[in-house]
Write a protein that binds this ligand. Sequence first.
Ligand code: CU
Ligand code: CU
Ligand code: CU
Length: 354
Amino acid sequence: MTAASRAACALLLALGLAPGAQAELRKFDMTIEEFDFEVAPGLTTKVWAYDGQVPGPLIHVREGDDVEVTVQNNTTMSHTVHFHGTYQTGTWQMDGVPDVSQKAIEPGDSFTYRFVADKPGSLWYHCHVNTAEHIDLRGMWGPMIVDPKKPTALEKQVTKDAIVMFSGWDSSVAKEYGKNGVPHRELDYFSINGKSHPGNQPIRVKKGDVLRLRLYAPNAPVAFHLHGHDSLVTHKDGLPITPYPVDVIAMQPGERYDLIVRMNNPGIWMAHDHIEEHTTAGGKEGAGSMLVVEYEGIDKPGFYMWKDVAYDPDFYLSESLKKPYGKHNNPGFMGFDPALPRPAAPAAGGHAGM
Ligand code: CU
Ligand code: CU
Ligand code: CU
């Protein structure tokens, strides 16, 4: 360190600016749990889930941080964690691919992933064992947000952040592990953050908000459309691009797009996957991958389906993203309360009788 940079550091410290300005060690414990998870009234499906949640917990760190995640496998199947997007510079053994970069974590065992958060943006993590089952059908995915050291001028304007993870489910293999649904995998339930509409939540905004939608397509294509507004696509797979306006954005599995929307048109607005079969659940319409963006202060008409919904301000992790860096759980995504004894699996269950 030169005398000049030492002086600069001393100045930052004196100004109280150092915390957060330098790389920190972010250390987390995470478990993998096995249970029955309700996606929709007609579909309870077997999952393996990080920390017992679908989506898995939010991991929120800053670019350059050292990340250490110890994963305990409490299930009957082997798993890994692949931190999708992270470059793993010099740490390829932490890439989470069974029989390529590590031995899978066996039931009852644990493994510690250590790496630098060297790529910023809307990243995610998922299991890399038999992905046609573990990602596709068993909910083994969650968001990892790595704040960039140098945010763009546009993203500095964001006043409200929302993480929106789309997924499809195959009810024909919901009740039995070991089925990956191929060939002829048929997704027949669709969800946002693990819940099929109307079991999900509105995104509430104020006029003047600058809303960032962090869109994820873990296991199925999506054609996202927000009514009443154009969105600026600002980031693709975590990295900034030259922003361009859209009213529909198409995504393939694995992709992420950040959309920034100026909330300048008060109302109650539908937002949905425009692949029409994805707006169904077990063949019923008006369900699946749909949500509503509600402006505060709008009188909700009597017929409005979510007029009296019990509002969870963290369903899109908007509140968690404001908390200090760390791992953030959302009890609403859990299949059970980890503080309580585990519930027995439902005796007969609710999938759309195949
Ligand atoms: Cu797995
Ligand atoms: Cu991946
Ligand atoms: Cu529409």
